[in-house]
Design a protein around this ligand. Sequence first.
Ligand code: ATP
Ligand code: MG
Length: 183
Amino acid sequence: MQFQRLRLVGFKSFVDAAEVHIESGLTGIVGPNGCGKSNVLESLRWVMGANSAKAMRGQGMDDVIFAGASGRPPRSHAEVQLTIDNAQRRAPQPFTDSPVLEVSRRIDRGQGSTYRINGKEVRARDVQLLFADASTGANSPALVRQGQISELIAAKPQNRRRILEEAGGVAGLHTRRHEAELR
Ligand code: ATP
Ligand code: MG
């Protein structure tokens, strides 16, 4: 699965619609301090189902909605869309046969999030599972957060193992086993 395009509306500092085209290979985001680089990475984690305050650098879930700045009033919702090229049919069932996947997450102030895949409303879990086997996902080591390299070096052995398992593509198996045990 190849990420193609990320579209943000009302997400953190991105009050107006912003689009990021993602080429294959390594992508870096550069720009002056405070211009929104980390917010772009966070929007990618968020659309893939990230929910922890740590991943999102905020107190509550509504903190991802544009809060108002430089004369612009706050927005009532935020939305992020991720377009994925699935030409190689690597997406898990039931999405294997869709050549393109459009994953979106929208949050309305005080009302929580709605997730969609190709326009159809799904659970947060469905979005998380879509990425769980792909060594991508919101906690993927493929997304290198600011300060993450030094964290990896300083990590406790158990946490370092979790990161390596995710990189090796077996973390998705743990997620599925956990789901199976709950049923
Ligand atoms: P640095 O180079 O310092 O790491 P950066 O480019 O990563 O900076 P970000 O941390 O992505 O910058 O963006 C910070 C900006 O986003 C701040 O100006 C902050 O006020 C703004 N911001 C964060 N959340 C919101 C929000 N909910 N509404 C409006 N602006 C927000
Ligand atoms: Mg930053």
